[in-house]
Design a protein around this ligand. Sequence first.
Ligand SMILES: C[S@@+](CC[C@H](N)C(=O)[O-])C[C@H]1O[C@@H](n2cnc3c(N)ncnc32)[C@H](O)[C@@H]1O
Length: 270
Amino acid sequence: MATTSAVFFPDAFLSAMRSAIPDTAGFNDFIAACQRPLRRSLRVNTLKISVADFLIRIAPLGWQLTPIPWCPEGFWVESIDENIAPPGSVAEHLCGLFYIQEASSMLPVSALFSRGNAPQRVMDVAAAPGSKTTQIAANMHNRGAILANELSSSRLKALHANLSRCGVANVALTHFDGRVFGAAAPESFDSILLDAPCSGEGVVRKDPNALRNWSVDSNQSIAETQRELIESAFHALCPGGVLIYSTCTLNMLENQQVCRWLIERYPQAI
Ligand SMILES: C[S@@+](CC[C@H](N)C(=O)[O-])C[C@H]1O[C@@H](n2cnc3c(N)ncnc32)[C@H](O)[C@@H]1O
């Protein structure tokens, strides 16, 4: 095992990443990036306030906001001095004017609504704690319908709390294993987000111990679940619909190979 700075990297993970990034400079950049603290970010909840009004309202708080290029409601946020209240502690957060969400986590929903896609029936297969469900609802202006599903009961409570705080009104919550929907609700949704459970390799910048229990065996077992989830989501999608698959992990087994597996299984349909 190797520990570089505060981040814990298992040796097997380092060798897997070395094979994925054979170029030494690229690999060193990757390790350095894993150790850079995350920039804090938030997304304005346009169900409750416009971006323009939000910027006026929070001006006295002394935060420095930088727009996130791939999400018009997203901003990186820095406090100009240490005595300034952090975003999670202000009344504007409590009453749902914004959601604390990582910039990268805003990408899947931005992709879902890109190229003029304006879905009316959306399923979020693995929804808790709700950063993306609330973003979907804002993009739909609380119209149409979202089915937000979550397997874990404790996380379902957090999802419910966030939907309620953000004033989301077009969501039905379900508590199933996401693998049931292909058979239970075939061709029912015009867009589906599968933000899949994953090995979480990408969260080391937030949690330096994220890789403590990492193993190739566990990645393979998670990838099997992901293939079952994506196949089920694919069957629940209306013909011509949009399916977004996202994870917060880095390896190809859980990302490109899951998508490739689905395409190869249904080559005429995707
Ligand atoms: C990456 S997290 C989802 C994050 C969420 N989309 C968000 O943006 O706030 C993956 C979620 O999948 C849930 N999950 C795990 N296995 C599942 C399954 N078989 N069916 C549905 N959800 C599952 C986990 O409990 C976890 O909440």
